[in-house]
Every structure is written in structure tokens, then in C-alpha cells.
Write a protein that binds this ligand. Structure first.
Ligand SMILES: NC(=O)c1ccc[n+]([C@@H]2O[C@H](COP(=O)([O-])OP(=O)(O)OC[C@H]3O[C@@H](n4cnc5c(N)ncnc54)[C@H](OP(=O)(O)O)[C@@H]3O)[C@@H](O)[C@H]2O)c1
Length: 341
């Protein structure tokens, strides 16, 4: 009889810059047995997210570092395959945080049951999950778009950026997206309905952005940093709001390695002169708004006003390569690994 075994992907070494395949190690061991009050989960989908780069380093980010030899962390959708827990039955589908492994034990805490009849389970990792909620919460609480405002967001084809632009349009604002390459730009404009989109690989990217924002920028939702921030900054209007959500262009920088001279004094002068509101956030700050987000986003999807795209990679063992690709912009939509049928 075939006895399934567990596989886990561990952090083998801390990356020096961009992670390399050798920074990950896959190990195989026996399936754990649930004790009383526990359940055994089989992972169906593993979410790959840019924030996972932070805990690979030893320095503390907003998530604790993963120890070398520890399982890479991450959100998952899983099926209950054995239950010795009164609240869960075999066959139920849950949102969980098992990390990069095929099977895991759980005591039921922090699981959320999913109903596959109302939404495909993978959406709990993207448009209806943490990234979608991040775009919604950061834009509405900090960006506060008003009708007629110009809202700019980069990584616009991804789960955070696509939510930001579409919610901005629902709020009556003008959405300008920034994305990498013609395919992503066509998707952002034609499928997601942004008012304009600029390819950040274009040699005249900054000039194109300025032309697409003739009235300046009222809300810049910061996802990437780097050259995009440089192009956006001169265009910010008085009283512009800047939710700082992510800085993916800098995630692989070594400590103290940020390029260029120190521009902070000049930037602070402009923050003062133009009354700019720059405000960082981690989405868990808005956890209490999650039910409201879920109700709105599910309704907008049903009404055809909110669209999403998933980039599903088949095979657990392909997670490290897919994650390295994500950090270089090679994903197209919410990146998810399909682990089991
Ligand atoms: N604060 C929070 O609580 C929170 C929560 C979730 C996510 N985030 C942040 O939100 C941002 C978007 O996340 P996501 O899950 O929606 O990611 P995503 O869009 O699916 O993927 C990341 C995208 O970033 C762009 N990118 C990668 N490297 C870049 C570079 N060097 N310069 C410019 N763009 C680059 C690429 O898009 P293009 O090819 O189109 O450039 C890439 O596809 C990330 O910074 C993430 O860390 C923050």
C-alpha cells in the first residue's frame, strides 16, 4: 500500500541579495499523526508573496526571521484529512498558515473554513485574501480617494495593485497603473479598466508618467520604491496621500546598500512644502475591517466590477524557482503553487 510522506521546503541559507535555488532545501519525512484536539491538513494551494523575502534575512522585519533550517512560512489553502478536533470534519477546506509543506498538524487556532461553493478556494489567497485586503484597506483608509482624484499604483497587474486601481475607479477616481512589459500593460488597461497604464521598462518612463497625469497625483499607493518613486515624487500634488505598502524594488538590497546620494533632506523639504501625507502600514492593522472587505469584494466580483488574475504554478517542488521569479517581476497575477488536487 502506498503510504504518503510529507515534504517540507526549508530555508537552507540566508540569501545574499536575490535568493538562489541553493538557499532552499526540500526534505521528506513521515506523515505526522494528529493527537487529541489536533487535525492533519493536506495543502492544496501555497501562496507566494513578496513579503516572504523579509523573514529570509536575519534582521527583524515586520515578520520574525525564519531560522536557518526552518520551514519557509506562508499562507495556504488545505483540506482536513484527519480530525481529532471537535470543530473540524474530514474533507473540510480551510485557510491556514502551514508554511511551505505538503502536510501539517494544526490545533484549529487561526484556521478559517472556506466554502468552495461560494468562491474558488484559491481566491482566499489573492483577491479575497491578504493581498486583496491590503489594497482595499490601504487605499480606503490612508489614500482616501475622492471623485476626480488621480490615483497611481505600480505592480498594477498583481493582487494588491489590481485591487487598488479598481477600487479607485469604483470611488470615482482616475486610475493610472504602472506595470512591467506590454502583456501586463494590456491586461491592466483592457481587462482591469484602468484609465492609463505606463510600462516602467520604457526608456522615457518618467516622461510618459507625467503625460498620463496632467493634473498631478493625489494618491500614490507605494508598492515598489526605486525608480518608480523617483518618477512619481515630482508629480505629487499638495495634500497628496501616500500609503506605503511595499518596496519590492529594494527587498534584495544588502543592508546599507541603497543606491545614490542621500536625498532625504530634499525630500523632507518637499514633504513640508506640499503637505504630503506619507504613511506606512502593515495590513493586520485593519484586521477588524476584514468582514466588510470580504462582503464588498465578493459582491463586486459577482457584479463584474472587480476582476482578478491568478498565476498558478503546478508542483510543490517548483515553489523556490517561482518565488525567485516573483522577486524579478516574472509572475503575472497572484502567484500560487498548486500542491495537490
Ligand atoms: N504592507 C502590507 O501589509 C503588505 C501586504 C501585502 C503585500 N504588500 C506589498 O505589496 C506589493 C505588491 O504585492 P503583490 O502581492 O501584489 O505582488 P505582485 O504584484 O504579485 O508581484 C510583485 C510585482 O512587483 C513588480 N516588481 C518586482 N520587482 C520589481 C522591481 N525591481 N521594480 C519594480 N517593480 C517590481 C513586478 O510587477 P511588474 O512586472 O508589473 O513591475 C512583480 O510582478 C509588494 O511590495 C508587497 O511586499 C504589503
Amino acid at each position: 500500500m502506498h503510504v504518503p510522506r510529507n515534504q517540507r521546503i526549508l530555508l537552507a541559507s540566508r540569501p545574499d541579495g536575490l535568493p538562489q535555488p541553493g538557499d532552499f532545501r526540500i526534505v521528506e519525512d513521515a506523515l505526522p499523526e494528529p493527537a487529541d484536539g489536533q487535525l492533519l491538513l493536506q495543502v492544496l494551494y501555497l501562496s507566494l508573496d513578496p513579503y516572504m523575502r523579509g523573514p529570509m534575512d536575519a534582521r527583524k522585519s515586520y515578520a520574525d526571521p525564519v531560522p536557518v533550517g526552518g520551514v519557509m512560512e506562508g499562507g495556504t489553502v488545505a483540506r482536513v484529512v484527519k480530525s481529532r478536533h471537535p470543530g473540524y470534519a474530514e474533507g473540510e477546506i480551510v485557510l491556514s498558515h502551514t508554511g511551505w509543506q505538503r502536510f501539517a498538524l494544526s490545533d484549529g487556532a487561526s484556521l478559517r473554513k472556506l466554502d468552495p461553493a461560494t468562491a474558488p478556494p484559491s481566491t482566499a489567497l489573492g483577491v479575497l485574501g491578504m493581498p486583496g485586503f491590503t489594497g482595499w484597506a490601504g487605499l480606503l483608509n490612508i489614500g482616501r480617494p475622492a471623485a476626480g482624484d488621480t490615483v497611481v499604483v505600480a505592480a498594477a497587474s498583481g493582487p494588491v495593485g489590481s485591487m487598488v486601481g479598481q477600487v479607485a475607479r469604483i470611488a470615482g477616481a482616475r486610475a493610472v497603473g504602472i506595470a512591467g512589459g506590454p502583456d501586463k500593460c494590456a491586461y491592466v488597461r483592457d481587462e482591469l479598466g484602468f484609465d492609463a497604464v505606463i510600462d516602467h521598462w520604457a526608456p522615457d518612463f518618467a516622461a510618459q508618467l507625467a503625460a498620463a497625469c496632467p493634473d498631478g497625483i493625489d494618491v500614490y499607493f507605494e508598492n515598489v520604491g526605486g525608480k518608480v518613486w523617483d518618477a512619481v515624487f515630482p508629480l505629487l500634488n499638495e495634500f497628496a496621500r501616500i500609503p506605503v505598502c511595499g518596496l519590492i524594488a529594494q527587498y534584495n538590497d544588502r543592508p546599507g546598500e541603497s543606491p545614490g546620494p542621500d536625498r532625504l533632506p530634499d525630500m523632507m523639504r518637499e514633504v513640508l512644502k506640499r503637505s504630503l501625507a506619507i504613511r506606512g502600514f502593515i495590513v493586520r492593522e485593519f484586521a477588524h475591517q476584514r468582514p466588510q472587505f470580504h462582503e464588498q469584494a465578493a459582491r463586486w466580483i459577482a457584479e463584474g466590477r472587480l476582476r482578478y488574475r491568478e498565476d498558478i504554478v503546478d508542483g510543490f517542488e517548483n515553489a523556490p524557482a517561482a518565488f525567485i521569479d516573483l522577486l524579478q517581476g516574472r509572475n503575472f497575477g497572484k502567484l500560487i503553487v498548486k500542491v495537490s488536487d
